[in-house]
Write a protein that binds this ligand. Structure first.
Ligand code: ZN
Length: 267
């Protein structure tokens, strides 16, 4: 059984290697495995955005909307990605301190995050991070992992069935496999993707002429809110520990500040 499974997995790996599905992430150059084609990814993002907009209330605050459009347009320009249909939506929900992006460049910012934002530079830190996820196709990368886990599960099922393992045993093994894959593989953006989006975001903000050090002040406000006993902001649950994040951002600032200085001179 193990041998059948092993050769099936080898075939899968060979398929992946020879079909040339590996790409490189922008800025970091990290090798990525993405089986989904950009068209498919774009369609998923488009459909998802429609669903979210149908059930959310868009902000009617002209100042908030103007701020997001202003910052979003400049960050999207700096990304150089013209195949995406960039959209920036401000959702009226003061209780949700969050922001996210869908594949193909649909960015959503909740008004709840604005209490930690007091300048265009700080909003740019949040928007550029999300644009970084979209540019590096993190959603498609994540969905690819899901596809692989599914294929792995199917191979396992076929292997077990062929060996005449009882149905009850098969389901116990599959359950254990599913749990392991959930812990190991299928999580929301991985830590690696989060730090990568931070790094791409710093470069994009700098290129767009926004002060990248605003990412520091933004995260420091988040930490303060947490210390003062307020409900832990939602952003925490899906993002790495802000203290580690701040340390990494500090390390990268000397690299991106010259890009910012140059962009300011060109404006
Ligand atoms: Zn993120």
């Amino acid at each position: 059984m193990i041998r059948t499974l092993f050769s099936a997995l080898l075939a899968l790996i060979a398929f992946i290697v020879f079909t040339g599905c590996t790409t490189k992430a922008p800025v970091t150059g990290r090798n990525q495995l993405i089986l989904m084609d950009p068209q498919q990814e774009m369609a998923i993002g488009h459909q998802g955005a429609k669903q979210i907009l149908a059930k959310s209330k868009r902000s009617a605050n002209p100042r908030y909307n103007a701020m997001l459009n202003r910052v979003g347009t400049r960050i999207a320009q700096a990304s150089g990605q013209t195949n995406y249909r960039w959209e920036f939506h401000m959702i009226d929900d003061d209780k949700t301190p969050n922001a996210f992006v869908l594949p193909g460049g649909k960015v959503f910012v909740y008004t709840g995050i604005l209490k930690y934002i007091s300048s265009d530079d700080e909003l740019a830190a949040v928007v550029a991070h999300e644009v970084g996820h979209a540019l590096a196709r993190h959603g498609a990368e994540r969905m690819t992992k899901g596809q692989l886990v599914n294929m792995g599960g199917q191979i396992l099922q076929v292997g077990l069935g062929a060996r005449g393992v009882s149905a009850a045993n098969t389901s116990a093994i599959l359950q254990a496999f599913g749990m392991a894959s959930q812990l190991g593989v299928i999580l929301p953006y991985s830590r690696v993707q989060e730090y990568e989006a931070d790094r791409i975001g710093l470069v994009l903000a700098a290129k767009a002429g926004y002060n990248p050090s605003a990412a520091l002040t933004f995260w420091q406000k988040f930490i303060q809110a947490d210390k003062s006993g307020q409900r832990q902001p939602e952003y925490f649950s899906t993002h790495p520990d802000p203290a580690n994040r701040i340390a990494k951002i500090k390390e990268l600032l000397p690299e991106v500040m010259p890009i910012y200085e140059q962009a300011k001179r060109n404006r």
